[in-house]
Design a protein around this ligand. Structure first.
Ligand code: SF4
Length: 225
C-alpha cells in the first residue's frame, strides 16, 4: 500500500484532541477538495509502497496506545483490514479518519468522519464534477454510524456552510448533537482564531462541539507534525 508518512504526534482535532498518537497516512484519495491540507496524498499522491508487516513493526516501535489512520482516503486501502485487525489485537486504540464516501470493513474504536460539503468542491478543474458526484454517499454514512462509535467533523469556511450542515444532518436523524464537531477552515493561526470565535456561538446554540485544530495552532500547516 502507498504510505505518505508515519509519525508520532498529538491528535489535533475532535474527541481525542491532545492525546499522543501515532499517525499512519495513506496516499491516494477519491476526492479533490480545493482546501486539501495534504495535497501530497490527493492532488499529487506520493509515498512509499509498504507491507502490513513493516507498518506493524514501525507502529509497535513507538509504544503508543493511540493510532490514527488517516490520508488521503484510507478506506480505499484494502490492506487496512488486516492492519487494523492486528493493531486491535495488540490493544491499540484505533481512529480512522475518513470523508465517509468509501466503505471498508475495518476495525476501529472511533470512526472519525469528515463529510465534504459543497464548499470543498474545486472550481475550474477536471475534478469538479467527479468530486461532487462522489463526496456524498448516504449509504456509506448510514453503515459507518450504525456499526462504529463515531464523530462527525465538518469543516466550516463561511456561516452559509452551517445551513448545509443542518440540511446534511436532517438526512441522519439518528445523529445526536454530541457527535457533531465544527472546525474552522484555516491553515494559518489568524483565520483559525477569527473563525473559531463565531463558530463558538453556533455550536452553543445547537449543542454541537467546537473542535480546535491544535496542529495548526502549534505548528502551522507543517507536514508530519
Ligand atoms: S477528502 Fe481529505 S485527503 Fe481527500 S482531497 Fe479532501 S481533504 Fe484532501
Amino acid at each position: 500500500m502507498l504510505i505518505a508518512e508515519v509519525f508520532h504526534s498529538i491528535q489535533g482535532e475532535g474527541r481525542y484532541v491532545g492525546v499522543p498518537s501515532v499517525f499512519v497516512r495513506t496516499s491516494g484519495c477519491n476526492l479533490r477538495c480545493w482546501f486539501c491540507d495534504t495535497p501530497y496524498t490527493s492532488w499529487n499522491p506520493e509515498g512509499e509502497q509498504r507491507t502490513v508487516d513493516s507498518l506493524l513493526e514501525q507502529v509497535l516501535g513507538y509504544d503508543c496506545e493511540h493510532v490514527v489512520i488517516t490520508g488521503g482516503e484510507p478506506m480505499l486501502v484494502k490492506e487496512l483490514m488486516p492492519l487494523t485487525q492486528q493493531l486491535a489485537s495488540t490493544g491499540h486504540h484505533l481512529t480512522i479518519e475518513t470523508a465517509g464516501s468509501v466503505d471498508l470493513d475495518v476495525e476501529a474504536d472511533l470512526m472519525s468522519i469528515s463529510p465534504k460539503l459543497a464548499n470543498s468542491t474545486p472550481t475550474d478543474s477536471e475534478w469538479t464534477l467527479r468530486h461532487n458526484q462522489r463526496r456524498h454517499r448516504p449509504n456509506v454514512i448510514h453503515r459507518l454510524i450504525s456499526d462504529y462509535d463515531y464523530q462527525l467533523k465538518f469543516v466550516i469556511d463561511t456561516p452559509d456552510d452551517v445551513t448545509e450542515v443542518e440540511s446534511w444532518l436532517d438526512e441522519f436523524p439518528q445523529v445526536t448533537p454530541d457527535h457533531v464537531y465544527l472546525m474552522p477552515q484555516a491553515t494559518d493561526r489568524e483565520p483559525l482564531r477569527e473563525k473559531s470565535a463565531w463558530l463558538a456561538d453556533i455550536v452553543k446554540s445547537h449543542g454541537w462541539r467546537l473542535s480546535p485544530r491544535l496542529h495548526v495552532e502549534l505548528w502551522g500547516n507543517t507536514r508530519g507534525t
